[in-house]
Write a protein that binds this ligand. Structure first.
Ligand code: MRU
Length: 349
């Protein structure tokens, strides 16, 4: 994706160092963070310098490759310990486990680096294909709702939910995106809005609790969201708040699509009940930070001192609320049978 006239990917690996766009600094400043060790890369996943299912999958693959590069000789447990710590950073996104396991299996330094690079390239390609399959859902004049950030920042490139948006716009269709702010970390307000401004795509940022109102008003005709993990029965884990958007969409008869890279399907999870839900620090709800007029970053309280907060980062939307999955192989119904067929001739990713 272009930023200030230059092509960037969200994350990349060069000579053993992981480079990533610092998403905690966006949209107020555009900075690249360098992680020189697997521990630094793992920390960047935990503190959400890099976030979004696809991007953290690539980061986990790169971190695992760095662990191979750093592993001392005669230290048999080093790599499995590194894998355990990398996987503990964020438990919900399937891509993270997929990538760390794939690189772990590769067996030596050179193969580990090349497998991690291959997975990152595959991650971008999945987004590109999702765009090619999904753009036809967006008719001229559509009001399209999206939640959180499932754009190119959430992947190595292209994105998932926003890939059809970019492709449709590139083909000359005109429509309006409604981006939920996505409390408490405001990925919609900070990241999706920044991507859409950057891509000149007409959009409105809306408050998290405004989507049902705009559906009722007839301003939204389509919902596309991303996902962190899809269970075998089609239940979907995605950013907290996705479930209530799906319930509202069903109430108003609005199609609700999930853009899902193949690496996001977890066929070992029978249903959403098998998907671990990450809880994050209550401080994300109790405080907010941003730049003052002079550019210094200030943190302010947003709630009554002394209150307790609960902060689940994801929820599970049952398959019955989902119209279909936009995948790199085409659009399929959110049904166990369709998912089984999708993987029948499983391709090596
Ligand atoms: O907590 P985040 O910002 O990593 O969560 C991101 C989302 O929930 C996205 O919608 C999701 O990863 C799917 S698209 C990559």
């Amino acid at each position: 994706m272009q930023v200030n006239g230059k092509h960037y990917q969200t994350i990349w690996l060069e000579n053993g160092t992981v480079f990533m766009i610092d998403q905690n600094k966006l949209p107020f400043s555009f900075e690249i963070l360098q992680c020189h060790s697997w521990k630094e890369t793992a920390a960047a996943i935990s503190n959400m310098t890099v976030r979004g299912a696809g991007a953290i999958g690539a980061a986990a693959g790169f971190a695992m490759a760095q662990a191979f590069l750093e592993a001392p000789a005669n230290s048999p447990d080093y790599l499995s310990e590194a894998q355990k710590q990398i996987e503990a950073t964020r438990p919900t996104a399937r891509d993270l486990f997929y990538a760390s396991a794939e690189v772990f299996k590769s067996g030596d330094k050179i193969s580990a680096v090349s497998r991690a690079l291959e997975l990152a390239a595959q991650n971008a390609e999945e987004g590109r294909m999702i765009g090619l399959h999904g753009h036809e859902l967006i008719a001229e004049g559509t009001g399209l709702l999206t939640h959180c950030n499932a754009g190119w920042l959430a992947f190595v490139d292209y994105g998932s939910a926003l890939a059809p948006v970019y492709e449709s716009y590139r083909r000359g269709r005109r429509f309006t995106v409604f981006a939920d702010e996505t409390r408490p970390r405001s990925q919609g307000a900070r990241l999706t809005a920044w991507e859409l401004v950057n891509g000149n795509i007409p959009h409105y940022l809306i408050a998290d609790n405004a989507a049902a109102y705009f559906m009722q008003q007839g301003r939204i005709q389509l919902v596309i969201v991303g996902t962190d993990r899809v269970a075998a029965n089609g239940d979907v884990a995605n950013k907290i708040g996705t479930l209530e958007k799906a319930i509202a969409a069903k109430t108003f008869g609005i199609p609700f699509y999930v853009a899902a890279p193949l690496s996001t399907f977890d066929l070992e999870a029978n249903s959403g009940e098998d998907i671990p839900i990450e809880y994050r620090d209550a401080g994300e709800l109790l405080f907010a930070s941003g730049p003052c007029e002079d550019g210094t970053i200030e943190t302010i309280r947003t709630a009554a001192p002394g209150t307790q907060a609960l902060n689940p980062a994801f929820d599970v939307t049952p398959a019955e609320y989902i119209t279909g999955f936009i995948t790199s192989r085409g659009i399929i119904p959110a049904k166990a049978e369709s998912i089984r067929k999708l993987f029948k001739n499983e391709l090596k990713l």
